[in-house]
Design a protein around this ligand. Structure first.
Ligand code: FAD
Length: 373
């Protein structure tokens, strides 16, 4: 996220825009977040979105609303309190047995009804499997615009519209999309793109329990059983605090073991570029970037990674980026906080030993290696 995140933006071409909303739509007010929950609880992207919603609402001089939906349970009450602590002013609780477990039809119906009733001007969802599924149904039902997979949200000063930025043309460009003539303005944002706001238990908010008119017989889809994906290489890169990632510069699949050792020593996870995944060196679940995961660890070590834009969009929000590359002009050094020009295959074992506290003072850095920050 850039420093400009959340600040009003002025863009070229504004003079040609139609900025007078249909009076019917001009009354829409408030920034809403759909709070996504599954069997394990609320998805953290919902809290990240509430942080962004708070900033946008403050600029617009309006309120933050959160929609909490599910089967009636104490968990919904706890989620409502958490939503207030993360920045919401109003909670719209949709509690109904039909909402036990996500299904597109009842959830889309509830969200559309609430939007028609309360008229929020902005509606944000996580760009998760559930969020993408729900957002597209809601947007088409309400006949409004949806900007998917955003990387930045701001307010357009002139039109008061949501300026939703997302990668386009294969990730080589970023475009900012404004929905000027329809309401609500909808956007999905990937997990970990936005920072998690501080949780403030002293905040207060209004909780509205909504009357929900749903009937199981009217829902075509039946949820028989929920089976979490059990096979394969289960990794949660999005939440990892340390990631040691490798690219084609590691040269062989075997050299990925060097990353694994360093990741283990640091208590982190291994990540990879698409080139390394396509070479068959590592499972696709570990791919970071535009067509992989978006990550925001405290430490990101990029070894033998050139730093193509499609990779950078997935990792450039990391707190500390350390890059190792033989090419001093590699683009990865443009986003790295600390750069080492050198052979990653020789340097990775040294770093692992250093982390384990075994590096002796006399250890020689391989010829040609230099460090900068
Ligand atoms: C639509 C689209 C989507 C994409 N999505 C993604 C995505 O999600 N994620 C992604 O990563 N890519 C993605 N890509 C691919 C991306 O454009 C790059 O091709 C890819 O990231 C390059 O991977 P790399 O850095 O491993 O390989 P390379 O670009 O080949 O870079 C290898 C680097 O290693 C360095 N090197 C070589 N030997 C050593 C050594 N011994 N020690 C240290 N450094 C060394 C080289 O100097 C070079 O900089 C996408 C592309 C497109 C078109």
């Amino acid at each position: 996220m850039s420093e400009a995140e959340g600040k009003p933006v002025e863009k070229k071409g504004a003079a040609r825009r139609k900025v007078t909303l249909d009076p019917r739509l001009a009354e829409y007010r408030g920034v809403w977040v759909f709070v996504e929950r599954d069997a394990e609880g609320v998805h953290p992207v919902s809290w990240e979105l509430l942080g962004a919603a708070r900033r946008l609402a403050d600029q617009l001089g309006t309120v933050v609303g959160a929609v909490v939906a599910g089967a009636p349970s104490e968990a919904l009450d706890a989620d409502s309190q958490d939503a207030i602590a993360y920045g919401a002013d109003q909670i719209f609780v949709a509690a109904h047995p039909v909402l036990a477990g996500y299904r597109n039809e009842p959830y889309a119906r509830v969200l559309c009804e609430l939007v028609k009733k309360y008229k929020p001007e902005i509606l944000l969802l996580g760009a998760t499997s559930l969020g993408r599924d729900l957002a597209s149904s809601v947007a088409t039902t309400l006949e409004t615009g949806l900007t998917a997979d955003c990387t930045e949200l701001a307010i357009d000063r002139e039109s008061r519209a949501l300026a939703a930025t997302r990668p386009t043309f294969g990730g080589n460009l970023l475009c900012t999309i404004l929905t000027l003539n329809y309401r609500p303005q909808m956007a999905t944002v990937r997990p970990r793109v936005l920072p998690l706001p501080a949780k403030d238990r002293r905040r207060s908010g209004e909780i509205r329990k909504e009357e929900i008119d749903l009937c199981e017989e009217e829902i075509v889809t039946k949820l028989v059983e929920f089976l979490p994906h059990a096979g394969g290489d289960q990794v949660d890169l999005a939440l990892a605090e340390v990631i040691v990632a490798g690219g084609k510069g590691l040269q062989t699949a075997g050299n990925f073991a060097l990353l694994e050792e360093l990741a283990r020593a640091l208590g982190g996870e291994v990540g990879a570029t698409r080139a390394a995944v396509q070479a068959g060196w590592v499972d696709h679940q570990r791919q970071i970037g535009q067509t992989g995961k978006t990550v925001r660890p405290k430490l990101y070590i990029a070894a033998g990674i050139s730093g193509a834009i499609q990779h950078r969009v997935g990792m450039e929000s990391s707190n500390l980026i350390v890059a190792i590359n033989t090419d001093p002009n590699a683009p990865i050094f443009e986003v790295a906080h600390c750069g080492i020009v050198g052979d990653a295959i020789a340097l990775l074992p040294l770093l692992t030993r250093a982390v384990r506290g075994q590096l002796v003072v006399e250890t020689t850095i391989p010829t040609g290696a230099s460090a900068s920050s």
